[in-house]
Design a protein around this ligand. Structure first.
Ligand SMILES: Cc1cc2nc3c(=O)[nH]c(=O)nc-3n(C[C@H](O)[C@H](O)[C@H](O)COP(=O)(O)OP(=O)(O)OC[C@H]3O[C@@H](n4cnc5c(N)ncnc54)[C@H](O)[C@@H]3O)c2cc1C
Length: 481
């Protein structure tokens, strides 16, 4: 380790907030698949000024850091840096909800704020708006998730599309704000995305050009009525007709992005565990569900009726309208670790609480290809993914989400037991073949992990930006470069 940097960080943060404890470093370097980077220190700043100090020291001593907000990036690399020898810049102590405006439905957050924390805060405030819950770890960071362009099953589920006014510390310690936030006293700083002039905030998603220390998150109004639909698609071939029937509804926004999810048998099985009830579920079927948020029961019902005209073969519809919005807080908005349980799919047992796939040797590798909304293309690519995974002896745990009016994302999760010798290498080989198969079709992944980051073709524009903003390469070298 760079001793001079370590000494300077200790002065800046205090001894208690610079850890070189061997067990803590080992735990932080562990993910849900095999990784190689070592972490020489964990730094825990408490505010933006300390983040600036950490970065200035990093630049002075050529000692790189890797920022994480909560570090629950399970299946993508957890807390492990993209390059060897980076100190972990753990922002979890910066966990203040700085401001909340119920009328305009936004909250200003620091990186340590978790989904559960924000949910509990809004509930306590009897807020008229909510943060769409994450399908993954309830104690993940709202900012960390958003910076990865994370998503949720809700009309505000495209997280980066529902934030503004980022506060970012650059490698030289300068603090920049995006949108109107760069103009002191700007009235629309929290409510308007772009401000005036070039929009800079896009530079800081899936990037390594700065450390985000604050963000305004837009909250979704609690619906006065909530309509849900569920259904079943006969098999992967029928999926093509379903996607084609969905396309016009998506384009006209009757079904909005992120409000419709489709999943296969293995995703369902991962969720509910290996129970006898699964025997009744046909293995080849796909299932889907969605939610329509509307201002009134009539509107929701109308939307449901139109959505129910989807023609995908063997589709069965159920409809439900919840008339009392109070009911939905716990049922639909509260974050839970239900999905995280699926990472124990091949383990002999799963703990009742405090799930931690890193610690418990749960193997998880994600592959997240994105498709245009073209039924034949989606169904044949999904068919190929299923075949690759089956050939390698894993279960094809697959979900699909309508990611835009014209696009759809797939989530392939390879879940395995890291404690079985050779499984890490076998799962990675399967992942790599699946990724390669998609690349051959021109289908790229919308989000990468440490296991796939190296496949990203270098970008000359990004290199130029990095040269200017972080010439000493101290922020997350290797991340999305
Ligand atoms: C079963 C399961 C289900 C999941 N479901 C979902 C889901 O529904 N939706 C979803 O999006 N993800 C999901 N995930 C993936 C993942 O767990 C989440 O995306 C999670 O939010 C990421 O962890 P985090 O929020 O703690 O972010 P972090 O791990 O803190 O951050 C992620 C990355 O962003 C960068 N970063 C973080 N904070 C900063 C910062 N302040 N400044 C600069 N860079 C920063 C870092 O490089 C970091 O590695 C799921 C995972 C599993 C295992």
């Amino acid at each position: 380790m760079n001793d001079a940097a370590l000494r300077a960080w200790r002065v800046a943060l205090g001894d208690a907030n610079v850890s070189t404890d061997a067990a803590a470093l080992r735990a932080a370097a562990r993910a849900t698949f095999s990784t190689h980077a070592t972490i020489p220190a964990i730094l825990r700043p408490v505010d933006t000024a300390q983040v600036g100090a950490v970065l200035r020291i990093a630049a002075d001593h050529a000692a790189p850091v890797y920022p994480v907000s909560r570090g629950r990036n399970w299946g993508f690399g957890s807390r492990v840096p993209a390059a060897d020898g980076c100190a972990l810049l753990d922002l979890s102590r910066m966990d203040r909800i700085v401001e909340f405006d119920d009328r305009l439905a936004y909250a200003v957050l620091e990186p340590g704020v978790t989904f559960t924390q924000l949910h509990d805060f809004l509930r306590a405030q009897r807020a008229s708006c909510f943060m769409p819950r994450i399908g993954g770890p309830a104690d993940a960071s709202v900012i960390g998730n958003t910076l990865e362009r994370g998503d949720a099953a809700s009309a505000y589920g495209d997280r980066p599309a529902h934030v503004c006014n980022l506060e970012v510390v650059l490698a030289g310690g300068e603090i920049v704000r995006t949108g109107y936030g760069r103009f002191p006293g700007a009235a629309a700083a929290h409510t308007s995305r772009y401000g005036v002039g070039p929009a800079l905030d896009g530079l800081f998603f899936q990037s390594n050009l700065g450390v985000v220390t604050r963000m305004t998150a837009w909250l979704q109004p609690v619906p006065k009525a909530l309509g849900q639909f569920t259904g079943r698609i006969a098999g992967t071939e029928a999926l093509a007709a379903f996607v084609d029937a969905l396309r016009p509804l998506a384009l006209e926004e009757t079904v909005r992005p992120n409000t419709l999810g489709i999943w296969n048998f293995f995703k369902l099985a991962g969720l509910v565990g290996r129970t006898a009830a699964l025997d009744a579920v046909p293995r080849e079927a796909w299932h889907f569900s969605g939610t329509l948020h509307a201002a009134s029961v009539q509107l929701a019902a109308g939307g449901l009726l139109r959505a129910a005209s989807l023609r995908g073969s063997s589709v069965h519809w159920q409809q439900r309208i919840v008339e009392n919005p109070e009911e939905v807080w716990d049922e639909h908005f509260r974050p839970s670790d239900l999905n995280v349980g699926s990472t124990y799919w091949r383990k002999a047992s799963r703990p009742a609480r405090d799930l931690d796939p890193d610690r418990d040797g749960c193997g998880v590798l994600w592959l997240c290809p994105e498709f245009p909304l073209d039924g034949a293309l989606v169904a044949s690519a999904i068919g190929e993914l299923e075949a690759v995974v089956a050939r390698h002896g894993f279960e094809p745990n697959l979900g699909l989400v309508l990611s835009g009016a014209r696009s759809m994302r797939a989530y392939l999760a390879l879940m395995y037991d890291r404690d079985v010798a050779g499984e890490d290498a076998r799962a990675l080989a399967c992942h790599d073949e699946a990724l390669e198969a998609m690349s051959r079709r021109g289908i790229l992944s919308y989000r990468l992990g440490l296991h796939s980051m190296q496949t990203l073709a270098p970008s000359a524009a990004l290199r130029v930006l990095k040269d200017v903003l972080d010439p000493k390469r101290v922020i997350a070298p290797g991340r999305y470069e």
